[in-house]
Design a protein around this ligand. Structure first.
Ligand code: 4AD
Ligand code: MG
Length: 478
């Protein structure tokens, strides 16, 4: 089953046993008495140290052992002579799988900016920072599946290609096999999509929710976890054109149940990372502290592990949109005209408003509910006052909106009314509407932006650094 991983070798009691380690050179250091090679295979943030004697290998071979080269080292596992590690490998043989010319290899053992690393996304997983992020990302994804499995949810695979822009969540990416240089036309000159692959217009999905609801009306509790696509031209540190979303959908859940689930869910997956990714989180915590060391004390953020523990240990603040607007109207920045955007009942909260509530006023995650119907999606259940809907957004410090969800409108006539009101042709949604005709039930769900969660847990400032190969305007290189 392949060689032992460095993570496991580092945990092994040294007994002069023979070992084989394979990995990439992080550093090579030569002293009078020894040659030290630090090797990493990505299984852990820690390198294994391999030691050779001067003269043991030819100068020619040693010249090819440079940062980035890939090696197979055979030797004996011994107790480390130096400090910083408990075991090391006494080298008997080195096989160079692949060299990395130091003149050309862009990753040298020094600090590289995140911007630069984005330009070499094919190599950045080999850095400590990205290794840590990718391992944490994996752990969080695993925790998501584990959580829902234990709670009796079924993983439903909703389609990536869809023919309905039902969500209205943003601009969609078109999917077509038509020849763009020779488009088929109808008699009146319009593009004839009947000749396209699906016989109709198709797009990449912006959300699996609508199909998720179909699943919940049969299996009771489902979740999706898949890629979603939004062609909004937003060049922010919180938006990607391709991101992964987790969308649970539950029959017989009302808004309160939905909030309870969302809060428990994020706390449990963050706890999983705290328990299972200690070394990587500590590394990122130190990295952040290093980044902030020039900031004045009162502007520095909590150490990463403390911040995560705080979120796990404290109840989220829950309040209605209307209450939030009142707080904003009474706030200092509003009174002093410091907000860029106006505050008033009916506005779509902008990120400065959300951040004020979360970071300044409550200083903890906040769940806002019962938004005005005009600024939320057609499928959200109308409140009795007819003005608000049973929406809920979970807002996180430093991130803003991390979860958006709602109780769904289960009444056929009300839902049809909303569909027409916002100008969707009910014909396009006949299958969705039918769930309200045949055995409708109260139900709820939400969507968690996976990269925003990874951003929060890793403390990374830019969402482009928490997905291996980010997609954003003018960028799809790798
Ligand atoms: O609030 P949104 O648009 O909600 C939905 O799509 C619903 N269908 C979810 C549901 O009820 N099943 O998106 C949900 C979350 C946001 O809170 C945010 O975390 C994330 O998805 N998100 C993005 N993440 C990265 N890049 C983008 N462009 C994102 N747009 C939304
Ligand atoms: Mg939203």
């Amino acid at each position: 089953m392949g060689p032992l991983q460095i993570k496991d070798i580092l945990q092994t009691a040294p007994d002069n046993q023979s070992v084989v380690v394979k990995g990439w050179v992080r550093t090579k250091r030569e002293s009078k008495n020894a040659i030290f090679i630090a090797l990493n295979d990505g299984s852990t943030i820690h390198n294994i140290q391999a030691v050779a004697e001067p003269g043991q290998f030819s100068a020619e071979l040693l010249l090819t052992v440079t940062t980035g080269a890939c090696l197979k080292i055979t030797g004996q596992l011994i107790a480390s002579q130096g400090s910083g590690q408990t075991v090391e490998v006494k080298i008997s043989d080195i096989e160079v799988y692949g060299t990395a010319d130091p003149e050309q290899y862009p990753l040298q053992p020094k600090k590289h900016s995140l911007e630069f690393l984005r330009e070499i996304a094919h190599l950045r997983p080999r850095t400590n920072t990205f290794g840590a992020i990718l391992r944490i990302r994996h752990a969080l994804a695993f925790a998501v599946h584990q959580y829902f499995n234990e709670k009796g949810f079924f993983y439903l695979h909703t389609p990536v290609i869809t023919a309905s822009d039902a969500e209205g969540a943003g601009e969609m990416f078109r999917v077509t096999t038509l020849d763009l240089n020779n488009l088929p036309r109808t008699d009146d000159g319009a593009i004839n999509f009947k000749e396209d692959f699906f016989g109709r217009e198709a797009n990449l999905t912006v959300s699996g929710q609508l199909e998720g609801e179909l699943g919940a009306m049969a299996l009771s509790k489902i979740y999706t976890f898949g890629p979603t696509f939004r062609a909004e031209n937003s060049n922010t540190t919180r938006h990607l054109a391709e991101f992964w979303m987790i969308e649970p959908e539950m029959a017989f859940f009302e808004l309160k149940d939905n909030m309870d689930l969302a809060e428990d869910f994020v706390k449990k997956v963050i706890t999983y990372a705290l328990v299972n990714c200690k070394d990587d989180l500590s590394f990122l915590q130190n990295r952040l502290a290093e980044e902030e060391k020039n900031k004045p004390q009162n502007e520095r953020s909590l150490p990463l592990l403390e911040k995560l523990a705080f979120v796990v240990d404290n109840p989220f603040e829950r309040l209605t949109y209307t209450e939030a607007i009142d707080i904003l109207l009474k706030s200092k920045p509003h009174k002093e005209g410091k907000f860029q955007f106006p505050v008033g009942w009916g506005i779509d909260l902008s990120s400065e408003h959300e951040r004020y509530l979360v970071e300044k006023h409550f200083k903890k995650p906040v769940i806002l509910t019962n938004y005005p119907r005009e600024i939320k999606s057609f499928y959200m259940k109308l409140d009795d006052d007819g003005k608000t809907v049973r929406a809920m957004d979970v807002l996180f410090p430093g991130i803003g909106e991390i979860i958006g969800g709602s109780q769904r409108e289960e009444n056929y006539d009300k839902l049809l009314g909303r569909v027409k009101e916002i100008g969707i042709d009910p014909e396009n949604l006949w299958w969705y509407l039918e769930t309200r005709k045949f055995g409708t039930a109260p139900h709820s769900g939400f969507g968690l932006g996976f990269e925003r969660l990874v951003q929060f847990v890793t403390g990374m400032g830019n969402i482009r650094d928490v997905i291996p190969f980010p997609r954003y305007p003018k960028s799809a290189e790798f």
